[in-house]
Ligand binder design. Structure first.
Ligand code: ADP
Ligand code: MG
Length: 298
């Protein structure tokens, strides 16, 4: 694994308010990370610190292998942390040419990046004629001009209509598919669930969870089961150490797992004991339910 960013015990205080509280996490190359938390939980402050626009109070962060200075490292970072801002009377092409000059990258990259965000057809339109979604997509193209190692986005779909939201999410997935590491801050659970492979959950600046989106909590999911032989099924699962809570409701038994088990294994085991199922579904709690559990218990 190649490390892109290491954050260690980072804390930021604004007067008496602790915006980021002893936060640690690591970003590995090739993954899509979400910093998820309600408004005011410290997401933008965290991004500001690692991008050197907000001073930390204590703790450390280091880019890449730890030997590169932050100043050097940031040349390999593409970030959009504010509303996209370009020259309103200049076209997309003209604006990006300017960015190329500033970033010292060849203008040949412009077409590729505009095509990636679906704006090549609108390349000669003035920035001020763009919708908010198009502006955001232009900002993404701009941030990608120097082929950064990591793309950082703060609430990338805020204020967009459903179509604009969908377009941005698809673009993020495409960029990730090309191997670019992504870190995005969002207060939207479904956004993180749809786009990210990993998540850092913040509440009042405190890290509640960090790890793969799939394995949040120690939850191994649950089965929904139906059979004509409910009593026998229940007594069997009660004796099975892999199962915890059992809920029988309207003829459907919900059986919560305490450890990993797949549906086939359960089906086979029950069949061998003479129980034939008419319904078998394995489910995991949605991220939303898990998120609510996490935030309520802390
Ligand atoms: P998020 O991006 O998760 O919505 P922020 O990082 O913007 O959260 O803010 C975290 C907390 O820090 C909030 O309570 C916010 O009011 C406070 N905060 C952010 N920036 C400043 C600042 N420059 N001065 C004082 N308080 C700030
Ligand atoms: Mg924010």
């Amino acid at each position: 694994m190649e490390t892109i960013l290491t954050v260690n015990h980072l804390t930021k205080k604004f007067g008496y308010l602790t915006a980021v509280n002893d936060l640690s996490f690591t970003i590995e190359k090739g993954n899509v990370y979400g910093i998820l938390g309600p408004n005011g939980s410290g997401k933008s402050t965290t991004l500001g610190i690692i991008l050197n626009v907000v001073n930390r109070t204590s703790g450390e962060f280091s880019w890449f292998d730890g030997t590169t200075s932050t100043h050097q490292a940031l040349k390999k970072v593409g970030a959009i942390i504010e509303r996209p801002n370009f020259y309103p009377y200049m076209t997309a092409i003209q604006n990006l040419k300017l960015v190329c000059k500033i970033k010292e990258v060849p203008e040949t990259k412009i077409q590729e990046k505009l095509e990636l965000v679906g704006l090549w057809d609108r390349r000669n339109s003035k920035f001020k004629t763009y919708s908010l979604g198009m502006k955001q997509r232009l900002a993404i193209a701009s941030a990608l001009l120097n082929d950064p190692e990591i793309l950082i986005l703060d609430e990338p779909t805020n204020g967009l209509d459903p179509q604009g939201i969908h377009q941005i999410r698809e673009i993020i997935k495409t960029i990730a598919g090309q191997g670019t590491t992504i870190l995005l801050a969002s207060h939207l659970l479904d956004e993180v669930e749809k786009v990210c492979s990993h998540v850092v959950i913040l509440r009042k600046g405190v890290n509640l969870y960090s790890g793969p989106v799939d394995s949040m909590l120690a939850s191994h999911g649950f089965f929904e089961l139906r059979t004509n032989n409910m009593e026998q099924l229940i007594s069997l699962l009660e004796k099975n150490a892999s199962f915890g809570k059992l809920e029988n409701f309207n003829g459907t038994l919900t059986a919560y797992l305490k450890e990993e088990m797949d549906a086939e294994t359960l089906n086979k085991m029950l069949f061998e004991k003479g129980i034939v199922l008419s319904h078998l579904v394995k489910r995991k709690e949605s991220l939303e339910e898990q998120f609510l559990t996490l935030t309520n218990n802390n």
